[in-house]
Write a protein that binds this ligand. Structure first.
Ligand code: PSV
Ligand code: MN
Length: 414
């Protein structure tokens, strides 16, 4: 019997005593899915310097190879989000890209249009005062709707760098209308079953106003567009101190939570490893999701079960593939803690107004060491018990370093 088995047996006993259905918890953990971003495998950096990581992926094929490695080791990262044009195949053959991914054992996930890097977008894309630029942006997003079908993707993930830097620079109300007009054209062109995920961000790169600054704006537009439009919550896109789990609860209850861009930040949109700065926040977010998943309320339950969990991170100094594995593990740990929370006890404390007990039950779940449970789940799934160590021991990093060398270019920001 290895160390984790004994620890797992003890934990299982403790959870059973609390009335937790351990088999249900394990089944949920085996169903968990985290999508990794193609751009997280490539070199990226800050505006000061991008440090090239030896072996970092340059081509989309390499990014898919790396993502497949993350999936092989974790068992819960079966899809990869792509960013167009960063991932545009030279020959335009998206079907071949999709087939390549499938041959590696993974799928293409969300398609992310890029309407922020072209020179034309200096004053915005859908919000640009120039109709010709708005048309250019629209054409690109519509092309992404077509790409969705070719790569078998069900999500169009929209983020706009649009905004203004100075008061008076543009008419805020008219910018709003320009956006509404373009979004509704895109919505009509979603492939059957496709979802439009609208991401918000309160600042950067524009510093005076951002055209989709908050979840309320994204939500209002989703309501106008239709049920296939949902809000995407990027953890780095809020002002300091904002209660993200409350936003999550609201959107779940309204059936409009579409997905996440997981990452973590200390100061701004830092794009650090999810759960690295504030694991408690991540746990509280998962707590809302699990409460909805296990509850009987609709549309919250169905919405929670359909959330697209995606990472959106830049790994600038810590390697590429190992931090992605660690990020997936952090999400797994937060989900496990939320699943192990004795919800009956929490509800009782809440209903009887026992503030401290309610908080203690919640905090205790956060403090629970679920690593033996995760080791057990991984063993049962046939993946390494410690994916990070397994990656280090695999020789993959040495091989890609030798094969790929150090790339001066990157698939993302340089
Ligand atoms: C913008 O900060 C963002 O979060 C959007 O999701 C982009 O698509 C992504 O980062 C990568 O630039
Ligand atoms: Mn994002």
């Amino acid at each position: 019997m290895t160390a984790h088995h004994a620890a797992y047996d003890l934990l299982a006993e403790q959870l059973a005593a609390d009335g937790t259905d351990i088999n249900g918890v394990k089944a949920a953990l085996k169903r968990q899915k985290i999508e990794t971003p193609s751009w997280g495998y490539a070199n990226s950096g800050t505006r000061f310097k991008a440090f090239a990581w030896p072996g970092a992926a340059v081509t989309t094929r390499q990014k898919l190879d790396d993502a497949a490695m993350v999936h092989r080791l974790t068992g819960i990262a079966p899809s990869v989000a792509i960013h167009i044009p960063w991932d545009r195949p030279e020959d335009g053959d998206y079907t071949a890209m999709c087939q390549y991914a499938e041959a590696q054992g993974i799928m293409i996930g969300a398609v992310n249009p890029n309407v922020f890097q072209d020179d034309a977008y200096r004053l915005g894309s859908f919000g640009n005062p120039d109709g010709a630029v708005r048309e250019q942006a629209l054409d690109h997003v519509l092309e992404c709707c077509e790409i969705m079908s070719k790569v078998k993707s069900h999500a169009l993930s929209l983020w706009f760098a649009d905004g203004t830097n100075f008061a008076g620079q543009d008419n805020l109300r008219i910018r709003k209308r320009r956006f509404e007009e373009a979004l509704s054209v895109v919505y009509q062109k979603l492939p059957p079953g496709g979802r439009m995920l609208i991401e918000y961000k309160f600042f950067e790169p524009a510093f005076y106003s951002t055209d989709i600054p908050d979840w309320g704006t994204a939500y209002a537009w989703c309501l106008k567009l239709g049920s296939q439009a949902q809000v995407l919550v990027d953890l780095g896109h809020h002002a300091q101190g904002v209660n993200i789990e409350q936003i999550v609860a609201f959107l779940l209850d309204e059936g409009r939570l579409g997905g996440f861009h997981f990452n973590n930040r200390k100061y701004a949109d830092d794009d650090l490893i999810v759960g690295s700065v504030n694991p408690f926040e991540l746990f509280l977010i998962y707590n809302e999701l699990v409460a909805a998943e296990l509850g009987a309320d609709e549309p919250a339950r169905a919405t929670a079960l359909n959330v697209a969990y995606m990472l959106d991170q830049c790994h600038n100094v810590e390697g590429k593939i190992a931090p992605m594995i660690y990020s997936v593990m952090n999400c797994q740990e937060a989900y496990a803690k939320a699943l192990c929370l004795p919800r009956g006890k929490l509800q009782l404390a809440q209903q009887t107004g026992d503030v401290l007990e309610a908080h203690r039950v919640l905090s205790d779940a956060f403090r629970l060491d679920v690593r033996p449970l995760l080791a057990q789940v991984r063993e049962e799934m046939g993946v390494p018990v410690d994916p990070l160590n397994a990656y280090r021991a695999s020789g993959y990093e040495a091989r890609i370093r030798a094969e790929r060398g150090i790339a001066s270019t990157s698939g993302g920001f340089q």
